[in-house]
Design a protein around this ligand. Structure first.
Ligand code: C2E
Ligand code: CA
Ligand code: CA
Length: 636
């Protein structure tokens, strides 16, 4: 707290008038003309209060400079009482200023504030000699005490006021501080709540799309299933949408563009808001929708047909147009009452679409059985690979004009003692899924190259065509593996043709281009297989160093019935010729097919008309004989 400044402290009017009353009383009792209260100021001393019941020369406000030898100044300096009975007879006082005013006797006491500061004096002055007897002095002292008591009260009041105002200002600053603190605290709390909400949101959602993540989806589906009544029409369905080219789109255009496509995909399902259809992204290339409906049959039909329509619509990235390759699997709360299983069943149904090629499939026991079969099949396949139970069949490739066998396509076979013949599509698909494709692919490469190196001794000019899977093509070791085998069997690369489908290219175009360029440099022939069935066949011819194309048998099989297919095959052959590519047509089953390809000038034909895929011995017998005797075979 700051110190009180007594020199400026104002004396209230009522106190001043009380003092005057005291001075009047004093002058009256002592019978002296002047009773005064003097106040000291920094530069002077002034008459602060004076009696007005006797004439005297002093007026309130009269000032006298310090250092002029005033009685009062001495009292203040010495802080002691002063009594001068007759200044005229006193050497020390005979020249003091009051004498000029006619005052020759003086009796004064110092007046102090309670903290020891000097207020001034209280004094009596007489124009005659006056010894101010003891009683008068005591009277003066007791009046001094009374005035000092009032000064004390005043001082303490001021002191209290000061404390009070300082307290007030402290309270004010503290209040202001508190307000500010409270404000920043609230801001902090808001920030924290927002951060917690964000974390909570991120724990439950896929960040890129804002859809639910797998864990949240499962728990939400469980919650919904718990509220289902047995008899009600209300049911819940999970629809798993798998995008097979999602990975490719992501690799090519980046994950942000891919996520935007997923969001757009969802937005195009316009009839369904979040209340009746939950949307989740359980993994990068899949979406799951969960429908909760009281008119289940009606709503699921609408949703499914919308999904198919949206799946077939066009999507855009920058100025590129894209199509999604999607499969949709559906399971409902009739299949299971467990959220996790419901989603799993929808996924299995989606997988079964991939296997069957259908766009759409509902979960049923068959799918569950198929899945079990697949698991069983996988373990058989593993055994087959380990036990060398795989074998190659060879199907002749023929020059249609002469029907001369100019090579063969090596086709994988696996005859299982219990399961019988298993389709190649199933086998390859399975092997690609579980990684056995590398062992299977190595077996095919090695066996085919081994055979070709044997035939080399008897036949001058042929090619052996080997199918290469998408997964193999993405492997960095593939080129060196092929190179090593060729040198181990001393087979020139020109005897080998690799048949590659579009799916092998779209997974990662950069890797595919590097691999294909190395293969081309090696001297093998590269053929784009199943030509015409994909989205971008011609596009790939531009991008990759292909030497040949193989037109898919699906076109040939429709030739008789479809002028359009005829026209398509014609155009393909025409363009391929312009691009200097050799053309093989597969699926030649009858002479009408043959007549057509002959007319169109196709280079190589392959199909049951010329020879089915056959075991190696059988193929060799005909192939080697034909080349020894140049005998012309005919097939029916
Ligand atoms: P692909 O490469 O299109 O092979 C031609 C398929 O058409 C073969 O079926 C063959 O038997 C069949 N085919 C040949 N001529 C005719 C015909 O005149 N009419 C009809 N309807 N079909 C004919 P396959 O052997 O069942 O092979 C199916 C697919 O499995 C192949 O299609 C190929 O994509 C794949 N594949 C076969 N062997 C291998 C292999 O060693 N490695 C890889 N990665 N895939 C293979
Ligand atoms: Ca092929
Ligand atoms: Ca084909």
């Amino acid at each position: 707290m700051s110190k009180l400044n007594t020199s400026n402290m104002a004396i209230p009017a009522e106190m001043s008038s009380a003092w005057q009353g005291i001075l009047n009383l004093l002058a009256e009792i002592v019978a002296t003309p002047a009773a005064l209260i003097m106040r000291i100021r920094p530069q002077h001393i002034e008459v602060f209060s004076a009696n007005n019941n006797h004439p005297h020369p002093y007026h309130i406000g009269d000032q006298e400079s310090l250092g002029c030898g005033l009685y009062c100044e001495t009292v203040i300096k010495t802080n002691q009482a002063l009594l001068v009975a007759n200044a005229m007879h006193d050497k020390q006082w005979c020249n003091n200023p009051d004498i000029e005013l006619g005052m020759i006797a003086y009796c004064g006491l110092p007046l102090l504030w309670p903290n020891g500061d000097v207020f001034g004096t209280i004094c009596l002055l007489d124009d005659q000699e006056n010894a101010f007897n003891r009683t008068y002095q005591q009277l003066l002292a007791s009046f001094r005490d009374s005035i000092e008591a009032q000064l004390t009260t005043l001082y303490q009041n001021q002191h209290l006021e000061q404390i009070n105002s300082e307290l007030k200002s402290r309270v004010k600053t503290r209040t202001q501080d508190l307000v500010e603190l409270n404000y920043s605290l609230n801001q902090e709390i808001d920030k924290r709540i927002a951060a917690e909400r964000k974390v909570h949101y991120q724990q439950r959602h896929d960040i890129g799309t804002g859809f639910l993540n797998r864990a949240t989806l499962e728990s939400k589906v469980d919650e919904k299933i718990d509220t289902l009544a047995d008899d009600s029409q209300r049911k819940i369905a999970a629809l798993h949408i798998g995008f097979t080219n999602g990975r490719h789109i992501q690799a090519k255009y980046g994950y942000v563009a891919w996520e935007q496509i997923l969001v757009t995909f969802r937005q195009r399902l316009i009839k369904h808001d979040e209340r009746d259809v939950l949307t989740a992204r359980p993994s990068s290339n899949d979406l799951v929708l969960v429908l909760d409906s009281k008119q289940f049959e009606h709503d699921i039909n609408i949703l499914c047909s919308e999904l198919v329509a949206v799946s077939q619509s066009e999507f855009f990235i920058d100025d590129q147009t894209l199509h999604l390759h999607s499969y949709i699997g559906v399971a409902s709360s009739d299949d299971t009452r467990c959220g996790k299983d419901l989603i799993k069943y929808a996924t299995e149904a989606m997988q079964s679409c991939k296997d069957s090629g259908h766009k759409f499939s509902f979960y049923n026991q068959d799918i569950a059985d198929t899945q079990k079969n697949i698991n069983q099949l996988e373990s058989y396949l593993l055994q087959a690979v380990r036990n060398d139970d795989l074998l190659l069949y060879f199907q002749p490739k023929v020059a249609p004009l002469t029907r001369k066998w100019i090579g063969a396509e090596a086709l994988l076979r696996w005859r299982h003692p219990i399961l019988g013949d298993i389709s190649n599509e199933t086998l390859i698909h399975l092997a690609e899924q579980n990684g056995l494709i590398f062992e299977v692919g190595s077996f095919v490469l090695r066996s085919a190259i081994e055979k070709a190196s044997e035939w080399l001794n008897s036949v001058d000019d042929f090619t052996i065509s080997i199918n290469v899977s998408a997964v193999q093509l993405q492997s960095p070791q593939f080129v060196s593996q092929l190179k090593d085998l060729l040198s181990a069997y001393q087979l020139p690369a020109s005897y080998i043709e690799l048949e590659i489908t579009e799916s092998g290219l779209i997974a990662d175009e950069v890797i595919a281009r590097n691999t294909l360029t190395s293969l081309s440099n090696l001297g093998v022939t590269l053929s784009l297989d199943d030509f015409g069935t994909g989205y971008a066949s011609f596009n790939y011819l531009k991008k990759f160093p292909f030497d040949a194309i193989k037109i898919d048998k699906s076109f040939i099989q429709q030739l008789e019935h479809s002028e359009q297919d005829k026209e398509i095959v014609r155009s393909i052959i025409h363009i391929a010729k312009k691009l200097d590519l050799a053309v093989t047509v597969e699926g030649i089953e009858n002479s009408a097919h043959e007549t057509f390809i002959l007319a169109e000038g196709c280079d190589i034909g392959q199909g049951y008309l010329y020879g089915k895929p056959m075991p190696c011995d059988e193929f060799e017998l005909s192939f080697l004989n034909q080349n020894h005797s140049t005998h012309r075979y005919s097939y029916s």
